[in-house]
Design a protein around this ligand. Structure first.
Ligand code: SF4
Length: 372
């Protein structure tokens, strides 16, 4: 398949792995931000062909995983309102809140529907004018423009029975928070290519300078990731801390200006709680005053407990890169994709789901597709 197969070429992958080994003189710790990259790394065994001492930590770039339990509780409370149809993406319906998941609410009679796009939810609102349709909007800078476009469309059409429960989050403030944490081990980042396709990569430049960390914009195929690791280690070895963009087939430094303009028009930047991490200043989006009529938090007079309750799940530490899924005593036993205890096992981009799928068996899983 064009644009896929050439980025999975095993000979080139081996060449890149050899190049990484040649330039590496000491241990380095890097973090891939995005859950999609984590899945590619685990699936293709990329972390297992790196030189000894070079490690990859898995970052918080899974939007389903970082949506706080109290926001899911709020979504469940809204879904239980008799006139409401609550719509969201499939994984989001399965993630447990403090009390229940949205699928659990559906089993008890709430009208909860899976959609592939916020525009699907808007269509349902158009077709069901006697009901209130709420789209639970999650995701990073990649999915936020679609939410913004949908709200702008609803406003243009004068659709009154549609609203958004917004839980969009922003990547650069999360990187800053991780770098500022006392237990931070990350020396370089592989930034998520799809986020940079929208936002560009210039906003990473002050972070790289301030924290003296290389940030390499990285795609999602094995060669993209190996190239990102190579460039990141080369900067570390040379004492540089710059933003590099080898993912130029998708990312321009300035990003997608139209999408950014739409985000600025529809949303305002605000503080946001991240599941397992806590509150990060200026790391989330809320609807701008002009679009407040579409804000489900204002439209529905429901409340939910704001405290995140503790269970044995250590996904907060996994999302901060402090621990890895096999460190969790519940991994693969009390916690599985069928009976998940935490969001990182539910989401198709979650780190626990990646390890369960590709590394569950002791040693190497038969399903792991290794770079030779
Ligand atoms: S294996 Fe399950 S319980 Fe453990 S950290 Fe992952 S999601 Fe949480």
């Amino acid at each position: 398949m064009k644009y896929v197969d050439e980025f999975r070429d095993p000979v080139l992958a081996r060449t890149l792995a050899d190049a990484i080994a040649r330039i590496t003189t000491r241990p380095w710790t890097m973090m891939e931000i995005c859950g999609g990259q984590t899945h590619a790394i685990v699936r293709h065994g990329i972390d297992r062909i790196l030189p000894e001492g070079v490690s990859l930590l898995h970052g918080p770039g899974c939007p389903v995983c970082v949506t706080p339990a109290e926001t899911i509780d709020l979504a469940v409370a809204i879904a239980r309102e008799p006139e409401v149809i609550l719509c969201s993406f499939g994984d989001m319906l399965r993630v447990p809140g403090n009390e229940a998941s949205l699928l659990g609410a559906r089993a008890r009679g709430a009208d909860v529907r899976m959609v592939y796009s916020p525009l699907d939810a808007l269509r349902i609102a158009r077709e069901t004018s006697e009901r209130e349709v709420v789209f639970f909007a999650i995701g990073f800078e990649t999915t936020a423009p679609a939410s913004a476009m949908t709200v702008a469309q609803a406003a243009r059409e004068g659709i009154r029975n549609f609203s958004l429960l917004v839980s969009h989050v922003l990547v650069p403030p999360a990187i800053e928070a991780l770098l500022g944490a006392p237990d931070n081990q990350v020396q370089g980042f592989l930034a998520a290519g799809h986020v940079c396709t929208v936002m560009g990569c210039s906003e990473y430049e002050p972070i790289a300078r301030r924290h003296r960390v290389p940030i390499v914009v990285t795609g999602f195929e094995p060669l993209d990731i190996l190239q990102g690791i190579y460039l990141c280690i080369r900067q570390l070895e040379e004492g540089r801390a710059e933003v590099e963009n080898p993912y130029s087939r998708s990312v321009r430094r300035e990003g997608n200006r139209k999408a950014q303009e739409l985000l600025r028009r529809v949303f305002t930047v605000q503080k946001q709680r991240w599941r397992g991490i806590g509150e990060i200043a200026e790391s989330g989006l809320g609807l701008a005053p002009e679009f407040a009529a579409f804000d489900a938090r204002l439209r529905f007079d429901v409340c939910s407990d704001t405290a995140e309750r503790r269970n044995e799940c250590i996904s907060g530490e996994i999302l901060r890169g402090v621990r890895k899924p096999p460190d969790c005593p519940a991994f693969g036993t009390r916690c599985t994709p069928e009976r998940p205890l935490g969001a990182t096992m539910v989401s198709s981009e979650g780190a626990c789901a990646a390890y369960y799928r590709y590394r569950r068996a002791a040693g190497r899983s038969a399903r792991e597709e290794a770079v030779p």
